[in-house]
Write a new protein. Structure first.
Lengths: 631, 185, 318
């Protein structure tokens, strides 16, 4: 019953989304009124919302006749994680994906009357159509199950442990799918003629919004894996993580190339705007089809080949449309020492980082058919390529404070203090400890950036916060990887494991079945700096999925985290294998992510405000729009 | 730029988009062929000499794989904490009972487990007779290239690994890989 | 400030910076130098891919196989084998894909070629973007042929724009409509052809789940909890096999009275059930020691080949 309702919702979307595409095309080509097209776009949003609502109802009502509920629901799952299990597996997350995508479409449609927006809405609607078709035909979560099971296994136990599960995937999707608007506007620009010349101004707020959501999503994801996966790290250069990093890199570059109206960088803007969404699609293909994790899981789902088809189609459309586009030359001579140079160097570096991360992620996929052998690319590769380049990007961020000065000597003077701070940081840390060259340079670069930000009177707080966030993340990453210490040992009850100045004494090992899951819990007395606390890391076993999950005990502090994981216990409960890690300054990573996101939001507010001013009657009367933001 | 000579049509499309397009098509082709090639999966590796397997069994006896030269040996890597291993144990016990007159020996390599838990498992599966070699730190299994539990190897009479099965074995798999070796005696 | 004072200050700043630079370089060199490395086992493990996981290194994975591999690395490092020898040892056993860093051969070259090409290409494009246009006042380039009507229409947007649309846009619209329909149809057809045969429905039968749980609990010697799970399974699936398991679990959780009762239920259905007799007999050894030998003797008689028969015989004779 509910299943039929859900399928009907998907079918409604499959009707309204292409209808919206065609109606918007009528607006763009024939100058038809926009109202019906707008209604169709809202209809697609309602259809997606209805499908999501039906699946949530089925999940909460434990209606196991619906396939997705039978596979991912469970009577033992608490309500919160039942709600979040909508996005705990492929088919349901596709519905959330559709909801966000259709939401962006409806938002963009709100004011779309001119040709640029109409064409952009055509692109967004076609993308929405593709995903509605995918969800309806290839991954319909509403198919009936027969016989109806009495209970389900529940979502993957890893996805039932951390409250961030409710925020992280929706934020990530908001970030991913926000890229569709700049992409659509970039494709629409060459079609829209004269109106299209201004596309980047309209795209920038959307790119900023998507960037904020993606930044927050990526950092939350790192926090989630730190708090849940139990190996003590937050970033493993895993394909899924890389897939979220790739569009972040190109969008960050776009936010810089589009500064000040992006004049003289039209190709960069359209290329980066396209790259952002294409990488989102590619990442979805890579991670959701199982293509990278295992080449042989590829056949398990029809989504893989279809998503690959979408990627190719989108690349084709982007190439054909933007490739032919020759923007009006608006370039004037600028000194080498200028924001323009810095912005382009930044873009070059970020594109190179993205290329390295991309090839590292897809190489396993390419090697098997080309060379016949399997290959894997581990963290070592990224540490040799992406990390040094990222440090250079950080250094470049430190130069911004001196860019407003046109005189080179004055600029150098302005950089003297940050430079001195950076050098003394490197000297002091390098002489007192041995963090390794990459971490040491990162400390220096962060000092460079932060001192630069502190010693100049900022004109735009958005950029300051963004760069400060980046520097904080860099310090957190460098410190935790260089000074993090860990040890694991099998302890008998009463024995002590010591790492740095932290010691953990095993007090007891208990078995129990909290909330229906079997669990083993170790009690340890952790003493650090004179204070003693009790920590209870767990090892949970989920019989329905036959997997064991470690639940680490983390004592977060401003200076360092004490991270305890229970790895194994002896059958008699007399001993336990415990891993104790001391991770300094990890908190800075989350703080830096928050600061950076705040900077993005501030920039977004500014962009929206200046957009409002531009839309004021004076600007609308056909006068050519000139630089809105100060160059 | 306006004074430039005419460029070929494809160049006007822009080198970067063209390169991206070509790369994507290449990636698509590679992925598709990989997908097709992947269909004929699980290539059995050529027979290699089995690594040494020496130690004291759970029952306290001495075990040496080399001493079983001349017999076909089924080496099953298992653990009591692994659900599928529990499920396939009866099959192995049955295989041992059925083929041991023809020269089959079944050895369980018990990966990172406690003796008590294994004994309980064996009792439960009526597999008390199974030769079990404990591997508390797992290094023996790594020496064999074990990727996960369960994993099963067939060692022929000359002491070479002729078949391996990552994951659960089926009666059909055992029949296919053991019967010819045992018949060839 | 005098000219000389300014120059002196500059010199001072330059000297200070130079001194700082020297110190920083020393620090960097010291940090990069030998002896600063972490333990070799972790370094090696970080370069090996855990074969049982998805994209985790042996150093980071919590899987038992990864733990075993770390142990194997530690053993070999202790034996004084070189990192290269150890890597080769693992490649021999797990194939080249165990290395998390592919060798610089074949497709492995792409790892370095692609970023380098991207860097050069992007740098070239950036240089082009930076080059000033020599004729800033040049007129806009020719529009692509075939869209002559675009500009005047584009200059004045609005609903009244297309009052007299030409034939071309209409044709384009119809073509797009057909294209969109083809796209949706293609997805439908492809999805249908690509969908694998439906997987067997997941075993979510509550009895099976309860049984699984119970068996796992038994494996951990938590017999009272296991008995509870068996009772639940029994509610879903009233079956003698489950009843027997329950009886065994009760016996082990020192509830012989319950075990006896359950075993009797089984024996009511099948009076000669060997396992039923066995549990009953073992339970009676506590509840009514007088009856136990008789029941156990009957068990041995019914099932002389039962795995437990030998043990019971020994028990009876002692």
């Amino acid at each position: 019953m509910l299943g039929d309702l859900g399928t009907a919702g998907l079918a409604a979307g499959l009707l309204t989304a292409p209808l919206a595409a065609l109606l918007w095309l009528r607006v763009a080509l024939l100058g038809a009124p926009a109202r019906p097209a707008r209604l169709a776009s809202v209809g697609a949003l309602l259809a997606a919302a209805a499908a999501c609502a039906v699946l949530e109802t089925a999940l909460l009502g434990r209606d196991f006749s619906v396939r997705f509920v039978a596979e991912n629901g469970g009577r033992h799952v608490p309500a919160y994680y039942t709600v979040t299990s909508l996005w705990s597996a492929m088919d349901g997350s596709l519905l959330l994906w559709l909801l966000v995508l259709a939401g962006y479409g409806a938002l963009l449609a709100r004011r779309a009357a001119d040709r640029l927006r109409a064409y952009a809405m055509v692109v967004v609607s076609v993308v929405t159509t593709c995903f509605f078709a995918l969800s309806t035909f290839a991954a319909n979560p509403f198919r009936a199950v027969d016989p109806v099971p009495l209970d389900g296994p529940g979502p993957n136990p890893l996805l039932q442990q951390h409250p961030a599960m409710g925020v992280h995937p929706p934020l990530l999707y908001a970030g991913y799918l926000g890229m569709v608007v700049p992409f659509a506007l970039a494709l629409a620009a060459p079609l829209a003629g004269a109106q299209g010349r201004d596309w980047i101004r309209r795209a920038r707020p959307w790119a900023l919004a998507a960037w904020c959501a993606l930044t927050a999503g990526v950092v939350l994801g790192a926090w989630w894996s730190y708090a849940v996966l139990g190996w003590g790290g937050y970033w493993a250069w895993d394909p899924v993580e890389n897939a979220s990093l790739l569009p972040w890199l190109t969008t960050t570059a776009l936010l810089h190339t589009s500064l000040g109206g992006g004049r003289g960088r039209e190709r960069w803007n359209s290329g980066l705007a396209c790259a952002g969404f294409l990488l989102v699609l590619l990442g979805t293909f890579l991670t959701r089809s199982g293509a990278v994790a295992s080449v042989h899981a590829f056949t398990d789902s029809p989504l893989g080949p279809l998503l690959l088809g979408f990627v190719l189609l989108a690349v084709l459309a982007a190439t054909v449309l933007t490739g032919r586009h020759r923007p009006a030359p608006a370039r004037v001579a600028a000194p080498v020492w200028s924001r323009r140079t810095a912005v382009l160097v930044n873009a070059v570096l970020l594109v190179t980082v993205a290329a390295a991360v991309l090839i590292g992620t897809v190489l396993p996929l390419l090697t098997e058919p080309l060379a016949g052998a399997r290959a894997s690319v581990g963290a070592g590769y990224y540490q040799r390529t992406a990390v040094p380049l990222a440090v250079v990007v950080l250094l470049l961020a430190g130069v911004t404070s001196a860019l407003r000065v046109r005189d080179r000597a004055a600029a150098l003077r302005r950089l003297a203090l940050p430079g001195a701070a950076a050098l003394s940081t490197v000297a002091a840390i390098g002489l007192l400890s041995r963090p390794g060259p990459a971490a040491l340079t990162a400390f220096g670069a962060a000092a460079f950036v932060l001192t630069g930000l502190l010693t100049t009177r900022p004109r735009r707080w958005a950029g300051v916060l963004g760069h400060a966030g980046l520097a904080l993340v860099a310090v957190g990453v460098a410190a935790s990887s260089a000074y993090g210490r860990a040890d694991e040992r099998t302890l008998r009850v009463g024995e002590t494991l010591r790492v740095a100045d932290v010691s953990a004494r095993l007090e007891s090992v208990r078995r129990g079945t909290p909330d229906g899951r079997m669990a083993v819990q170790a009690r340890l007395a952790v003493s650090a700096g004179g204070a003693t606390r009790t920590a209870t890391p767990q090892l949970r076993y989920d019989p329905a999925r036959d997997t064991a999950v470690t639940v680490p005990a983390i004592d977060e502090g401003p200076r360092r985290d004490v991270y305890l994981t229970l790895l194994a216990v002896a059958g008699d409960g007399g001993s336990a294998t415990v891993r104790l890690a001391v991770n300094p300054l990890v908190g800075l990573i989350w703080a830096g992510g928050a600061v950076g996101t705040a900077g993005g939001l501030l920039a977004l507010a500014g962009a929206v405000r200046s957009g409002r001013q531009r839309r004021s009657p004076a600007a609308r009367s056909g006068t050519p729009v000139t630089a809105g933001a100060p160059a | 730029m306006s004074g430039r000579p005419r460029q070929p049509r494809w160049w006007r499309a822009g080198p970067v988009p063209t390169a991206v397009l070509l790369l994507s098509v290449g990636l698509g082709a590679a992925a598709t062929t990989g997908h097709l090639a992947g269909a004929g999966e699980v290539r059995q590796r050529p027979a290699v000499p089995a690594p040494a397997l020496v130690g004291t069994t759970l029952a306290g006896d001495r075990f040496d794989l080399a001493a079983l030269r001349g017999r076909v040996v089924l080496v099953n890597v298992f653990a009591s904490w692994c659900g599928p291993c529990r499920d396939e144990l009866p099959l192995l016990v049955e295989a041992a009972g059925r083929w041991s007159p023809q020269g089959l020996a079944v050895v369980g390599l018990n990966l990172r487990d406690g003796p008590e838990a294994v004994r309980a498992l064996l009792r439960e599966a009526d597999a008390d007779g199974l030769t079990v070699l404990p591997d508390p730190d797992g290094t023996r299994a790594v020496d064999w290239g074990v990727r996960g539990v369960p994993e099963t190897f067939v060692v022929d009479r000359a002491g070479r690994i002729v078949a391996r099965q990552p994951g659960v074995v089926t009666a059909q798999w055992l029949q296919e890989h053991l019967a010819p070796l045992l018949a060839a005696a | 400030m005098t000219r000389g004072g300014l120059a002196g200050r500059r010199l001072l700043v330059a000297l200070g910076l130079a001194a700082l630079l020297a110190l920083a370089v020393t620090g960097l060199a010291r940090s990069a130098g030998p002896g600063a490395h972490q333990d070799p086992v972790r370094a090696l493990a970080a370069e090996l891919r855990c074969p049982a996981c998805q994209g985790e290194s042996v150093a980071d994975s919590r899987s038992p196989i990864a733990a075993s591999m770390r142990q194997a690395i530690a053993d070999q490092v202790a034996q004084g084998r070189s990192p290269e020898q150890i890597r080769r040892w693992f490649v021999d056993r797990y194939g080249p894909e165990v290395l998390a860093r592919p060798p610089l051969r074949g497709t492995g070259l792409l790892l370095w070629a692609v970023p380098v090409v991207a860097l050069l290409g992007a740098a070239y494009a950036a240089r082009r973007s930076l080059r000033p246009i020599r004729t800033p006042g040049a007129p806009r380039r020719r529009r692509p042929a075939g869209r002559p009507a675009r500009r005047p229409a584009g200059a004045r947007p609005g609903p009244d724009e297309g009052s007299t649309p030409g034939r071309r846009p209409r044709v384009a619209w119809w073509l797009s409509a057909v294209g969109l329909a083809v796209l949706v149809a293609a997805v439908a057809v492809a999805a249908d052809r690509l969908t694998p045969p439906a997987p067997p429905p997941p075993a979510t039968d509550p009895a099976a789940v309860a049984l699984r749980l119970a068996r796992d609990l038994e494996g951990q010697q938590r017999y009272d909890a296991a008995a509870q799970m068996y009772r639940e399974a029994l509610r879903e699936r009233p079956d003698d096999a489950v009843r027997l398991r329950l009886a065994f679990a009760m016996l082990r959780s020192s509830d012989p009275a319950g075990a006896e009762r359950t075993a009797r239920e089984v024996l009511d259905h099948t009076p000669d059930s060997p396992d039923g007799l066995l549990v009953l007999g073992l339970a009676q050894r506590t509840t009514r020691p007088g009856d136990a030998p008789r029941t156990l003797r009957r068990f041995v008689a019914v099932a002389p080949d039962h795995p437990a028969a030998g043990e019971i015989r020994r028990l009876l004779t002692s």
